[in-house]
Design a protein around this ligand. Structure first.
Ligand SMILES: [Zn+2]
Ligand SMILES: [Zn+2]
Length: 442
């Protein structure tokens, strides 16, 4: 077991194993919360390697990539957005847990016992099952979780399509654990449970034989992401599928799964991807008569309506015909490549911001967060071909130049400073002329 002040590095072997929850108690048990590594932060290179591997396997098997560029870009944008609050605050999942542990714990399980480790593994996975089930069965929680389901593709990038606000609904489900499980043990398992769910978002793995009985697998999770009627409200598992088998929500994959929301949102704009269902609830809330009905709009299932059962009617789910066409961007290939380049540059600044968080002033940190949000929004507008896209991209490139000028952003390779300045100046000129032409033509 790790003692105070122990090394918190994650080796390559641990990095690979943590993606599959193949960690041993003696290498991942820590006395204090501060010693628990930020496994998720250290997972970025493993995310990238596995996505490249999926791309190669898909090319070899099917002769095409596992998904579409615009969809993957939107998923990665949601992943970036969902991590931004952690630059400013400790997560509510940990804050609430520590508060309960310090104020109300009944007894303390030993942090260095393998039995505590295994019990926490089960308890966190059990908590996740109920959180995930409620995230589907309670409309206001679905408003957050639907972001993850909004992709019409199913590949590893879909795993990263996460909600910014979901964490404010999930923390409650882990609170009972704080009555007896030390925060350091909980913090490690919370991360492993999340990381495990990365590799199951793929179509390149078909069936894993007897493992399908116990583990949540790509096949089981494909069903969870389906909008076919047989897939609705099924397979909520995190790591172990046994919870679905026990509580009656298990469904095996049979007919071909069509992915995404039952009513697709047809946009790649990140804020719509995050919040469109909240707006929808707001509208339905005011349109529905009666106090109890309004209450039900918020706390019953997303398919509920007056006179219907709590989770709505399965026969109202649009039937899958096999002729559905996934929404795709009207943008040209060149514009998509431009968007990918701008996204990659932003990602480098995003990684740099996380790596040097402690050394940055609050003003710089806030300005960088605003720039990242502006970049994601602008890319969403470009990919969606919105009329305001050219004007927003002009403004964004100008903001980049100003942030560099005042020292809030620094190119990650100092010798490239001039190249960055020239590139972004050309972008300002290009998009500026485009927006002028648009304005002139009314
Ligand atoms: Zn889900
Ligand atoms: Zn998923």
């Amino acid at each position: 077991m790790r003692s105070p002040g122990a090394q918190q590095d994650v080796s390559v072997s641990q990095g690979v194993r943590m993606m599959f929850y193949m960690m041993k108690p003696n290498e991942t048990s820590f006395q204090t919360l501060e010693e628990v590594p930020d496994y998720i932060k250290k997972a970025t290179p493993f995310f990238i390697c596995l996505m490249l591997l999926e791309l190669i396997v898909s090319w070899i098997r099917k002769g095409k990539p596992p998904g579409r560029l615009d969809d993957a870009l939107t998923s990665l944008s949601a992943g970036v957005l969902s991590r931004l609050p952690s630059l400013l605050f400790r997560s509510i999942e940990l804050t609430s847990y520590i508060y309960i542990w310090e104020s109300y714990r009944i007894f303390s399980l030993p942090w260095d016992s393998p039995w505590t480790w295994y019990l926490t593994f089960l308890a966190v996975d059990f908590g996740y099952y109920w959180f995930h089930r409620m995230a589907r069965e309670v409309n206001i929680m679905w408003a957050a979780h639907q972001t993850h389901h909004s992709s019409e593709d199913y590949n590893l990038s879909t795993a990263l399509r996460q909600s910014v606000v979901q964490i404010y609904t999930s923390w409650i489900f882990y609170c009972p654990l704080a009555l007896f499980i030390p925060p350091s043990v909980y913090a490690a398992h919370l991360q492993f449970n999340l990381l495990y769910q990365f590799w199951i978002h793929t179509e390149v793995i078909n069936n894993l034989g007897p493992l399908e009985l116990i583990l949540n697998t790509p096949s089981h999770h494909r069903v969870h992401h389906g909008r076919n009627r047989y897939c609705i409200d099924k397979n909520y598992a995190g790591t172990l599928i046994i919870w679905d088998r026990i509580f009656g929500t298990f469904e095996a994959e049979n007919e071909k799964v069509l992915y995404g929301l039952t009513h697709p949102i047809n946009t790649f704009e990140p804020f719509k991807v995050q919040f469109h269902h909240l707006l929808y609830i707001w509208t339905i809330f005011w349109a529905t008569p009666g106090f109890f009905n309004k209450f039900s709009v918020i706390f019953k299932g997303p398919g509920w309506g007056p006179g219907k059962p709590r989770l709505g009617l399965n026969e109202e789910i649009p039937e899958v015909t096999g002729k559905e066409v996934a929404f795709s961007s009207p943008a040209s290939r060149l514009l998509k490549i431009y968007s990918v380049v701008q996204f990659a540059l932003m990602l480098a600044f995003y990684e740099d911001t996380f790596a040097n968080k402690a050394a940055l002033s609050q003003v710089t940190l806030l300005l960088r967060i605003c720039f990242i949000i502006l970049t994601l929004t602008s890319i969403g507008f470009l990919v969606d071909q919105r009329p305001q896209a050219a004007l927003m991209e002009t403004f964004r490139c100008l903001v980049f130049l100003m942030l560099c000028e005042f020292g809030h952003l620094k190119p990650f390779i100092p010798s490239l400073s001039l190249a960055f300045e020239i590139f972004f100046s050309i972008c300002v000129a290009f998009w500026g002329v485009r927006s002028m032409k648009q304005l002139a033509s009314g």
